[in-house]
Write a protein that binds this ligand. Structure first.
Ligand SMILES: Cc1cc2nc3c(=O)[nH]c(=O)nc-3n(C[C@H](O)[C@H](O)[C@H](O)COP(=O)(O)O)c2cc1C
Ligand SMILES: Nc1ncnc2c1ncn2[C@@H]1O[C@H](COP(=O)(O)OP(=O)(O)OP(=O)(O)O)[C@@H](O)[C@H]1O
Length: 305
């Protein structure tokens, strides 16, 4: 897969998907299946941005997927080329017709464009999917709009999934993602208190752009060296033992205790167990963690019957 940071004139007539695609949720997957079905031997191309447009407007959105992870999803869907463009003031002010004529027609020379029902583009988001298709048809190009993909009564969207993750509603977020929400990172050194109280943890150094679930304890899978382990993860500030406001992610892997410093890990979040609490002493914390571990083991066994 080629990744371009600028758009140059193409010599072919590709099939193009438009959107940001944070999370690569079940709505996005549907769109990529339609792109695949309509490419008919043409190159499959994504036009997207490196940074979320809302962040240029000062929103500070944290991402479900880092840029590398988003690109990996495109790669897995056998996309040939990605235009990974920086969303800046110049792009923001581009008029909707200029986007169609200069980018889609003159440069990309699209044969077919696939977008979702709520796609907007151009200065002040003045263009929508209906307008895009009308214009593309005038140029003799195909344009396909995907109907909203739902999960139960909800229209699936990146915004909704981010909200669910921030609320700790991981189960519902995962249903909409179609995979377990994960955080990748490297194992860094903690204070080693975990080992002393009988529950050693790996401390995860993660990308600051990544969205972090609500503070609390979660059932997780930990993937290290291509092996998957059942684990339990605390997201929070460890108020019982620390006064720092920094959010940490710490994972106790059930039945494994070996040195993992420096290793790459993937923590997949499965379900919320309880809120993080400030205990009056370390013994109380230790007793609660023991209960948490028992709870996770029981749940896991039930799910496997
Ligand atoms: C399953 C689990 C639950 C935890 N729950 C809490 C909690 O409710 N409150 C808290 O202050 N710390 C909690 N912690 C964090 C512990 O304080 C932390 O793991 C311990 O201090 C060891 O940290 P260290 O690895 O940096 O030494 C939890 C840790 C785990 C693994
Ligand atoms: N549930 C859905 N069903 C069909 N198409 C969708 C759905 N969600 C997004 N799309 C389409 O996928 C493309 C990428 O959309 P985008 O990155 O804006 O995702 P989003 O989930 O709509 O995000 P946001 O919550 O920020 O609006 C767009 O063309 C959009 O219309």
């Amino acid at each position: 897969m080629n990744v371009y940071e600028m758009v140059a004139k193409r010599g072919d007539t590709p099939a193009v998907a438009l959107g940001f695609f944070d999370g690569f949720h079940i709505g996005h997957k549907k769109l990529f299946e339609v792109l695949d079905a309509n490419a008919r031997g043409r190159k499959k191309v994504v036009f997207t941005f490196k940074n979320h447009p809302d962040n240029l407007l000062g929103f500070n959105i944290k991402y479900i997927l880092t840029n590398e992870e988003r690109l990996e999803f495109f790669r897995n869907y056998s996309i040939d080329d990605v235009y990974f463009i920086e969303f800046n003031k110049k792009i923001m002010q581009m008029d909707k017709d200029r986007f169609i004529e200069e980018i889609l027609i003159d440069k990309l020379n699209v044969s077919v464009v696939v977008v979702g029902y709520d796609f907007t583009f151009g200065y002040m988001a003045e263009g929508d999917s209906k307008y895009l298709c009308e214009k593309l048809h005038q140029f003799g190009r195909k344009c396909i709009v995907i109907d909203p993909v739902m999960y139960q009564e909800h229209i699936v969207s990146s915004t909704l999934i981010r909200r669910l993750i921030l609320e700790g509603n991981i189960k519902l977020a995962n249903c909409m993602l179609g995979f377990n929400f994960f955080i990748n990172g490297t194992v860094k050194r903690g204070n080693r208190l975990g080992k002393k109280i009988g529950f050693p943890t790996i401390n995860i150094k993660f990308d600051k752009e990544k969205i972090v679930p609500r503070k609390g304890v979660y059932i997780t899978n930990t993937i290290i060296d291509d092996k998957r382990y059942l684990s339990i993860t605390n997201v929070g500030t460890n108020p019982t033992v620390s006064a720092s406001e920094n959010i940490k992610i710490e994972t106790h892997i059930l039945s494994v205790d070996k040195n993992m410093y420096g290793k790459r890990v993937k923590i997949e979040f499965i379900d919320f167990v309880r809120e993080e609490k400030k205990f009056s002493n370390i013994d109380e914390l230790k007793n609660q963690i023991a209960k948490d571990v028992e709870y996770v083991k029981t749940l896991f066994c039930k799910a496997n019957i």
